[in-house]
Design a binder for this molecule. Structure first.
Ligand SMILES: O=C(O)CCC(=O)C(=O)O
Ligand SMILES: [Fe+2]
Length: 279
């Protein structure tokens, strides 16, 4: 019999680009097309904006505990392990709370969404929020991961949850292209909480072998042992844009530090002339 001996994970090279101060739509499109694995933009938005978003998150009446096996607190909606009706209804209900995070600020996530929309439009490509008869996605969700130990968010990929999203979702086709993840960091602990990227893009067969076919979460330390990894050192005000097909996770942080806050969204090509954006 073949395939009895476990195959070591295939290695795919990771390319990380760094910028400071601003992000260009050309850089974003390079990740979207799978030409760059990760883009780290330092000081992408101001400390004042970052602090205000963080304070609004802490004071939010829409703050909830995740109950889907991924430890964290959040404002907004995650499509992960939810059918379309549930996700879009949650997104609609959470919208006022997501908007309240930005109150009277210029929302840095929406600013990038709008700039990208304009640029793609010039190229004959539509960018819009994912939607269904039950509602529309929000521009982002806000999360504080609370896993303890080596990772505050365990190693995972963002593609399985898209590929296996299920009926009623228009985004499943994105899984055959790059699933890009936009991560904005309004607050970071002094130590830890960095984004680790492994040089591995799991296939459906890899996920099956690890028992994570529909979730892409979590990959074990044993599975990743022989895979090289790189770490993006994050500070408040940074953005990390990654190809979510590569295994990634968030390193642990001592519990006594500042809270780590993430604003996250996913986007990718559903068709050559359509890019969808969701959370
Ligand atoms: O918090 C981060 O830096 C990464 C978040 C992430 O990987 C996700 O939300 O899927
Ligand atoms: Fe992820």
């Amino acid at each position: 019999m073949r395939n009895q001996i476990p195959q070591p994970p295939a290695i795919s090279p990771v390319s990380i680009r760094h910028r400071t101060g601003s992000i260009s739509t050309a850089d974003i499109i390079s990740v979207l097309k799978g030409e760059t694995t990760a883009l780290h933009i330092k000081q992408a938005f101001s400390t004042e904006v970052a602090e205000e978003i963080s304070a609004n998150f802490s004071a939010s009446t829409g703050l909830k505990q995740r109950k889907d096996g991924v430890p964290g607190q959040y404002v907004g909606a995650s499509h992960y392990r939810k059918d379309a009706a549930t996700y879009f209804a949650e997104a609609e209900n959470a919208r006022p709370h997501v908007e309240a995070l930005f109150k009277n600020l210029v929302d840095p996530v929406r600013a990038i969404f709008s700039a990208l929309k304009r640029e793609l439009h010039n190229q004959g490509i539509e960018l819009r929020l994912a939607r269904s008869e039950h509602g529309q996605a929000n521009v982002c969700r806000a999360i504080n991961w609370s896993g303890s130990g080596a990772f505050s968010l365990d190693p995972h990929d963002d593609v399985a949850q898209v590929l296996c999203a299920g009926n009623g979702y228009e985004l499943s086709s994105v899984a055959h292209n790059t699933v890009a993840a936009f991560n904005f960091y309004p607050s970071m602990p002094e130590e830890g909480g960095n984004l680790r990227l492994w040089s591995h893009k799991p296939t459906v067969a890899d996920r099956k072998s690890q028992g994570v076919e529909t979730t892409g979460y979590p990959y074990s330390a044993a599975y990743l042992e022989a895979v090289p990894c790189r770490e993006i050192q994050l500070k408040a005000g940074d953005i990390a844009l990654i190809d979510g097909g590569f295994v990634h996770g968030v390193t642990g942080q001592p519990g006594n530090g500042k809270r780590r806050l993430l604003l996250n969204s996913f986007f990718g090509f559903a068709r050559p002339d359509l890019v969808l954006w969701w959370t």
